[in-house]
Design a protein around this ligand. Structure first.
Ligand code: TXA
Ligand code: MG
Length: 347
């Protein structure tokens, strides 16, 4: 079922943006056929939506970089159905990879390995390594099955922006963009996890987490021993983890209670407050806005990008995010995304 998304411009000419398809069998077939014609298909995964192209098709991969506005040297994650699929495009798969994949695939865990000979440069931003993961979302799996070959997919947002967690976010981002004219979006509902996968570099010993996700060292180490983590500001091995990322257009600050109270009282600007503390309802009065978040990290992660997008849409002067879960490892990936969202704009 197709819903053409069209926007009427002032000159009566119609600018078409992405086409949203439901996730029935014929839509999946149509999307897989588009991939075989070097097309680009946005599809749901359990983490966020991806902007997919055939891993083995340089022309299609170039289109992904163009649509996203992504720097050419920022490598992509290849999505596969299973361990066998991963082995066909990587080198250096070892017993530790098998242990991790048997425990967590399909799921939000990405492994960086050697890049297989058949894989073009574009799939890994010219690097000798390749990131792979097996997504759990049934629509992603149906698309992989119908296409029959790995699909490379960065998050389906513009480079540096907020990752999409539903089909409408992609329409919002790319509507009217001529580069995205032929983009197909498979609508698979809201993403369950809500933030991107944990990226683990298996080419090092011990392996190193390049991007934190909901799968923390605490759950991975019992399987394979010590894992190194990288401080946010030192993440040079994973170029996509630039300090400022996942960012709204509106300036964004992480605050604790005293600063929150000061900022709201000063009345200098209109703020949107994102917090898990329901007691803030009394404090945040018009013209300020409140976005109340769940108290548990899984619920918070699931709603985070939707909240940042809503906050941005308010066109306020400032987004104030009240920080939570200081030392709890289950909040680490959320804090990582919040720090990037709030980090100074790079010039
Ligand atoms: O959950 C996810 O991982 C989502 C869904 C769509 O699968 N994908 C995603 O892709 O977040 P992207 O491109 O937005 O982020 C991929 C991250 C980037 O930080 C990139 O630099 C890193 O993985 N990465 C990919 N390949 C790499 C490689 N060969 N070496 C080091 N880092 C790599
Ligand atoms: Mg991304």
């Amino acid at each position: 079922m197709r819903t053409a998304n069209s926007m009427q411009t002032s000159s009566t000419e119609t600018m078409t943006g992405p086409s949203v398809l439901s996730h029935d069998e014929s839509s999946i077939r149509e999307a897989a056929a588009a991939l075989t014609r070097s097309g680009v298909v946005a599809f749901p995964t359990e983490t966020v939506y991806g902007l997919g192209a055939s891993t083995l098709d340089p022309t299609a991969l170039d289109a992904v970089f163009r649509i996203k506005g992504r720097p050419q040297d920022n490598p992509l994650i290849a999505h596969v159905l299973d361990i066998e699929g991963a082995k066909t495009i990587t080198t250096g798969w070892d017993d530790r990879c098998t242990l991790l994949a048997e425990a967590w695939w399909p799921g939000p865990l990405t492994l960086v390995l050697g890049r297989g000979e058949s894989v073009p440069d574009q799939a890994s931003g010219g690097r000798p390594t390749l990131a792979v993961r097996s997504p759990e979302h049934p629509v992603a799996r149906a698309l992989l099955e119908a296409f029959g070959s790995p699909i490379s997919a960065p998050s389906a947002n513009r480079s540096g922006g907020i990752s999409p967690t539903c089909a409408q976010h992609i329409v919002d981002d790319f509507s009217g963009d001529p580069e995205a004219r032929d983009l197909i979006v498979l609508d698979g509902g809201r993403c369950r996890v809500g933030i991107e996968s944990t990226v683990l570099d298996m080419t090092m010993d011990p392996p190193r987490i390049l991007r934190p996700g909901v799968l923390t060292p605490e759950v991975l180490e019992p399987l394979i021993g010590r894992i190194e983590t990288t401080a946010i500001r030192e993440q040079v091995h994973s170029p996509g983890t630039a300090e400022r990322h996942y960012s709204p257009q509106t300036s964004c600050m992480l605050v604790e209670e005293p600063e929150l109270i000061d900022r709201l009282a000063s009345n200098e600007c209109r703020c949107v407050v994102i917090t898990s503390i329901s007691g803030r309802r009394e404090l945040v009065q018009p013209p300020h806005e409140l976005i109340l978040m769940p108290l548990d990290p899984a619920g918070y992660a699931m709603e985070l990008y939707e909240a940042l997008r809503r906050a941005d849409a308010e066109r306020a002067d400032l987004i104030l995010i009240e920080t939570t879960g200081e030392d709890d490892p289950n909040w680490l990936a959320i804090r990582d995304r919040l720090m990037r969202a709030a980090s100074e704009r790079l010039s």
